[in-house]
Write a protein that binds this ligand. Structure first.
Ligand code: PMP
Length: 494
């Protein structure tokens, strides 16, 4: 079906809402209400621009926003089409009673692209007794609980008043100094004032997105990539351009075309032991990416969520260490190397960016918990952190090898995976006749979780043969038992 008549979209030309946003919300409402049914071919940007007496760029920006929200699909050479809406429990009439105020009904419509996104990735608990291969963290049983408890007690005893007050928005200064020392181990020359402490690195990502991106902008991500980053970018209403990853990280040879075609404002990359693939970007690609970003004047957001969990081979330089112009914003976290519940991550950036991010952080949560920062500082500064890391590396490397052996043994022939040299995950591709999403509930019934591949793709169906399996959160015994059960579930599904 095609929109034949000229489209009348009421526009407030002198209002404060930009025209592309007005067009976007009109079309969004029309799509969600079904006035523009699935598969409708939208008028070309040129035609709609002519009908409305505005520039083609404005219509392009509105279409780009709708595309980023998954409401339309643009096909080169054939046009822009309305997409099927993903089924959403909150969109069902049972959960949206008509008694709700209109603004609530509208809210659900306007958040259609992201409000029902899975949050499983940040939760390691799917059910009692389920082996948590879907986990996004290290082993909760290895959290240094006793040390942390006694340090926290002494922090509260000795500096309770300060610890329970608001701290500095930028973060507790002694912890920032420690972080700058950790960064120097990675070849990054950062002073304590070049670091902003955030409530987990997720807040770092969100602050950077909020600072740099506007609806209709484009962002380059890896294909596949971290599900909650995709969700974040969808929620911002930006166009997501995905560039494939192979075992050496993002295909930087394909990046330049994307930069030329979409003029993105940001490149989001996870160079070390990528989530979900485990790939580690080669030094050559790191250099090329930084050079390209410089040439095309695009910011890089480097997410180093598990950089310290390397099991073999030499560390590659962070992109930030290759950056001579302040083009890279580096984000990391204590969540994976230590414990996610302390909610301490950090951002390192140059120039005015860090100050602006600190300003935004203040608007978001004033400051990260001072009590936890002080406790973490004492824990990390007395060398226990390094020792904990060394032990974790040893333990997790063994678990990775156990999982690789179990996969060879129990998964159907034709399954493929690369052994990651660090991090938490093995990314498995099943042979063509299998579909991961269909296996999930059966696997959970059999007592095994996994992260299903489609969560990590812009085009979800591209991921349906992939499973992300966490080897670090589970013991070798659980790995053997869990992979055997999973192998059985897969075999029986065929
Ligand atoms: N980046 C990546 C790649 C992640 O996997 C995660 C956690 N799942 C985060 C960032 C955010 O973690 P946190 O906020 O706990 O630091």
């Amino acid at each position: 079906m095609e929109v034949q008549a000229s489209m009348r979209i009421p526009l407030e030309r002198s209002g404060s809402v930009p025209l592309y946003a007005q067009i976007g919300s009109f079309l969004r409402a029309a799509i969600i209400s079904g006035k523009l049914p699935v598969q409708t071919r939208m008028p070309s940007a040129r035609r709609l621009a002519g009908d409305l007496g505005i520039s083609r760029m404005t219509v392009e920006a509105a279409y780009a926003g709708l595309e980023a929200e998954g409401l339309v699909r643009r096909e080169m050479g054939s046009g822009t089409f309305v997409m099927a809406l993903a089924p959403s429990p909150t969109r069902s009439s049972a959960e949206v009673p008509e008694s709700w105020p209109q603004w609530q009904q509208d809210l659900i419509a306007s958040c259609a692209s992201w409000h029902d996104l899975p949050v499983l990735d940040v939760s390691s608990v799917v059910g009692e007794g389920v082996i948590p291969f879907e986990s996004g963290t290290g082993d909760t049983r290895r959290f240094p609980l006793a040390d942390f408890r006694s340090i926290m007690r002494s922090v509260l005893q000795r500096e309770g008043k300060e610890a329970l007050d608001y701290g500095e928005t930028r973060g507790y200064a002694p912890l920032r100094r420690t972080i700058s020392e950790i960064l120097s181990l990675h070849g990054l020359q950062a002073g304590a004032d070049d670091v902003l402490i955030t409530s987990g690195s997720q807040q770092g990502l969100a602050l950077v997105a909020q600072l740099l991106l506007r609806p209709g902008d484009s962002v380059v991500v890896e294909r596949p990539t971290y599900a909650a980053a995709l969700a974040l970018f969808r929620a911002m209403g930006v166009r997501i351009v995905d560039v494939p990853v192979d075992r050496d990280g993002m295909r930087v040879d394909l990046l330049e075309t994307a930069l030329q075609r979409y003029h993105p404002r940001l490149i989001y990359t996870i160079p070390n032991f990528q989530n979900p693939t485990g790939a580690c970007m080669s030094t050559g690609r790191r250099r090329s990416m930084v050079a390209l970003a410089e040439r095309y004047d695009v910011a890089i957001l480097e997410d180093d969520f598990v950089g310290d969990l390397r099991y073999e081979g030499r560390a590659q330089p962070p992109l930030k260490a290759l950056d001579r112009t302040g083009g890279v914003i580096y984000v990391s976290t204590f969540s994976k190397m230590l414990m996610p519940g302390v909610r301490v991550g950090f951002v390192h950036a140059d120039g005015p960016v860090l100050k602006l991010l600190a300003g935004l952080k203040r608007l978001t949560d004033l400051a990260t918990s001072s009590a936890f920062q002080r406790t973490l500082h004492r824990y990390v500064s007395i060398g226990r952190y390094e020792a904990h890391l060394r032990r974790s590396r040893r333990v997790y490397a063994t678990r990775r090898d156990s999982m690789a052996r179990a996969l060879e043994r129990y998964f159907p022939s034709g399954s493929e995976f690369d052994l990651p040299c660090g991090g938490l995950f093995i990314w498995v591709r099943l042979p063509p006749r299998y579909a991961a999403p269909e296996l999930l509930s059966r696997a959970q019934k059999a007592g095994v979780g996994f992260a299903s591949g489609e969560e990590f793709f812009v085009e979800r169906s591209s991921g349906d043969r992939f499973l992300r399996l966490n080897f670090a959160a589970v013991t070798p015994e659980e790995i053997e038992r869990g992979i055997r059960s999973l192998g059985k579930v897969i075999a029986e599904s065929n």
